[in-house]
Write a protein that binds this ligand. Structure first.
Ligand code: ACM
Ligand code: ZN
Length: 756
């Protein structure tokens, strides 16, 4: 009941208060091309019927049945599907004479009836999604919701998409995501009129699709031994693949399989090492990054193997496209492989880049023989683009611009804009991710049709796609946290023409769309309270904390250790503390839902006294051997090879076992509070653990702390264990620690101030 009251409250707020002057108070997302709001409403009742005309078209009946079931779940109404009717009905009508594209629709809502017209069932499906969005958001509920007024405002809409390709890519190789998860995302994609699901099925880290002819691909290739001893596994049977493809098709979503080659192939090569240059043996890669071992381009048997795989995989996917990867293929093995070198000679190729192009051309032929079109990442431009290829531009826009300018079709998926594996907020507030601060408006404002593409060739831009890589997305919840709500911004930039896009309008409508996502139990991101540089705030006399969030929502907080609720004290002004406090603060959505809580420990502490000990320039670095992982593994360690070094610049490979320990002194210029961060395993200052990353995946100075220090020299001890935590090597991180006075920019200590 509480939920319903909140929802009704929200409806009132959004209808009467929260919209911009130019914007209509409706929430259809992506925004329709043309919409005129009329007076009056249409009320959905148990007697409302779905009218499909006298057609026997099964595809049209199916669209009606899809929405009949959906409406039934939320309202409990069992709407009849009829051949005729003019009153209290939702009429679905195919009209081939409409001057619209095949995905377009016209929607008219009057008090008497709702009428959707389109040239195709897909257009009707989108028209009906707009009808759903005219109804209260609870229409998306999986269970009947009582007490909702199922009415919609009268409107006239004429709508069609700006782009024919509106996609989302999911990587299921870094972290596997099961069929239920995939279906859940397809439901959401369909709500927002997206039509391509790009399924990244194979990589160095997992092979996730059953191939009956090569059973070891899944027996061996779908089981990864992580560095911490855990096992990560997962694959789809062909039956499951067919189930997902059919589920997507019911939602007018085409599934594009990606079978990566010639690089990103270690899972396959672990199972079948004979198709590599060296013959292996291999293990599935358990660290992120790019793998040197790739398919051997000099061995005809490699192409036979890939052809057999494609012959089995392609028929599972009825859509037009097959994605063959093509990105990040290091040339190291090919340079040293006699077979690959012989191929270069025999085929008169200039170098290994042309060998990559040769590889892709051969694969393209196989795909064309299946009557399909090939997509590859933008590296397929290397050494000459395959004649019919569609290019997916990911290393920025340049590849897409170049390919479109050559008359090839392109799909824009550029990083950083459309890489939704990056966090959508500040590093110190958000969970760990590959990058940070790729905000909703950055995605929203992305324009796929770069002005650098000659105008007469811009039609080669088929559309845009967001890419959900899952190195850091270790749970389905976190994957959703990264994907949403940014995928909705992607949906709008693909559908709504550029000149009609309006971020403020989108942000307003999003408040309603988030309630719809709630109905689907989507764990979307809510902007967190940001401002303080750490979650532990030291002070000596008093401190004042200022918060904001990226969408200017209200924030609520507590100081008694309890979890904030919607009715907790509102944050209005900076908060001043003069005693130890646990501050819990969260962002409040118009729906009454809260973000995750940000907990800050605000701690009074005396200035740590500086030392006046005489010291020498440079710091000490020692090493210890052993298969070490956690800080506790260093108990009783025998530290050897003491060296005096000037700074923290240490070149160490992640494959080398052991640990390093730095000790010495650094200086602070004045009494005060200093903020610290380190990507190493532990930082002690004056004998106190200030940063602990023990057993934690960390990068981007994610771990922060603050302490009170007296002007002068302070002792430090920094531990670096050569380990691989969550696929990220400590060796890839910056080796030292960084610090700054309150409000400053974190930076390495000046080597001139380091001593031992
Ligand atoms: C990619 O992100 N390597 C396509
Ligand atoms: Zn080779």
């Amino acid at each position: 009941m509480k939920k319903i009251i909140i929802a009704c409250l929200w409806c009132c707020i959004s209808l009467f208060a929260g919209y911009a002057a130019q914007d209509t108070p409706l929430n259809i997302t992506p925004a329709p091309q043309e919409m005129t709001v009329k007076s009056g409403t249409f009320a959905l009742t148990p007697q409302t019927s779905l009218v499909v005309g006298r057609t026997q078209r099964a595809d049209l009946q199916k669209v009606a049945a899809y929405f009949q079931a959906k409406i039934n779940r939320a309202t409990g109404y069992d709407l009849a599907i009829k051949n005729s009717g003019n009153h209290n009905c939702i009429s679905l009508q195919i009209d081939r004479s409409l001057k619209l594209g095949d995905e377009g629709y016209r929607l008219s809502v009057t008090p008497k009836r709702v009428q959707v017209k389109a040239r195709t069932p897909q257009g009707l499906f989108y028209g009906m999604q707009s009808v759903m969005q005219l109804l209260p958001p609870q229409i998306e509920s999986e269970q009947p919701v009582d007490g909702i007024d199922w009415t919609m405002p009268c409107v006239e809409i004429g709508d069609e998409p700006a782009y024919g390709y509106r996609g989302m890519m999911l990587d299921v190789c870094r972290h596997f995501h099961d069929v239920e998860f995939v279906k859940k995302q397809l439901d959401i994609m369909a709500m927002f009129k997206m039509n391509y699901f790009h399924w990244h099925l194979t990589d160095d880290h997992l092979w996730t699709i059953e191939v009956k002819r090569y059973p070891r691909l899944t027996e061996v290739g779908s089981v990864r031994h992580n560095a911490d001893g855990s096992i990560h596994r997962g694959f789809y049977t062909q039956e499951q693949i067919k189930e997902v493809v059919a589920y997507a098709a019911d939602r007018f979503i085409t599934v594009i399989p990606e079978i990566e080659l010639p690089g990103h192939a270690l899972a396959a090569l672990t199972a079948y090492p004979e198709y590599s240059c060296t013959g292996g043996p291999f293990e599935l890669r358990n660290k992120w990054g790019v793998e040197d071992n790739v398919y051997c381009a000099g061995n005809d048997k490699t192409f036979e193997f890939l052809e057999n795989i494609l012959d089995e995989v392609i028929p599972l996917f009825p859509g037009k496209y097959v994605h063959i990867g093509g990105d990040e293929c290091p040339k190291k093995r090919w340079k040293a492989c006699p077979k690959c070198q012989k191929r270069i000679q025999d085929e008169n190729l200039k170098d290994e880049h042309e060998l990559q192009s040769y590889f892709i051309h051969r694969i393209e032929k196989i795909i064309l023989e299946h009557g399909k079109a090939m997509i590859g990442w933008d590296e397929i431009l290397e050494g000459g683009l395959a004649p019919s290829a569609t290019v997916m531009s990911w290393r920025g826009e340049e590849g897409g611009i170049a390919a479109a300018s050559m008359g090839h079709d392109v799909i824009m998926t550029p990083s950083p804009w459309l890489y939704v594996d990056a966090g959508q907020g500040a590093v110190e507030a958000e969970p760990i991710a590959i990058k940070f601060a790729i905000m909703l408006d950055k995605i929203y404002n992305y324009d796929p049709s770069s002005e650098k593409i000659p105008e007469n060739l811009r039609h080669h831009v088929l559309g845009a796609q967001c890419n959900m890589w899952t190195e850091y997305a270790v749970t389905p919840d976190y994957t959703e946290y990264l994907l949403y709500p940014r995928m909705l911004a992607l949906a709008e930039l693909d559908w709504t023409p550029k000149e009609k896009k309006d971020y403020n309008s989108f942000a307003r409508r999003l408040d309603s769309q988030l309630v719809r996502l709630d109905m689907h139990h989507i764990n979307y991101h809510i902007p967190l309270p940001e401002g303080p540089m750490a979650n532990r705030i030291a002070f000596t006399d008093q401190t004042t904390l200022t918060f904001h969030n990226s969408r200017n929502y209200p924030m609520v907080y507590t100081t008694d250790g309890s979890e904030p609720q919607a009715g907790s004290t509102r944050y209005e002004n900076p908060l001043t503390f003069d005693r130890n406090t646990t501050l819990k603060i969260a962002t409040l959505l118009p729906s009454g839902k809260l973000s995750t809580t940000r907990t800050l420990e605000v701690v009074r502490e005396p200035l740590m006294p500086a030392t006046d000990q005489a010291t020498q320039p440079g710091i000490e670095r020692r090493r210890t051997e052993g298969n070490l992982y956690f800080v506790k593994d260093l108990e009783g360690a025998y530290w050897t090879e003491p060296q005096v070094v000037k700074d923290f610049s240490l070149k160490t490979s992640g494959d080398e076992k052991g640990a390093y320990c730095y000790t010495g002194y650094f200086e602070v210029p004045a009494d005060g509070i200093y903020y610290f961060s380190s990507e190493m395993d532990e930082l002690q200052i004056d004998g106190r653990v200030v940063i602990s990353n023990d057993g934690r995946l960390v990068r981007h100075s994610h771990t922060r702390n603050s302490i009170a220090l007296q002007k002068g020299k302070h002792a430090f001890r920094l531990l670096m264990i050569n380990n691989n935590i969550g696929g990220y090597l400590r060796a890839w991180n910056n080796k030292g620690f960084i610090f700054a006075p309150e409000g400053g920019t974190l930076a390495l200590p000046d080597p001139a101030t380091l001593s031992h």
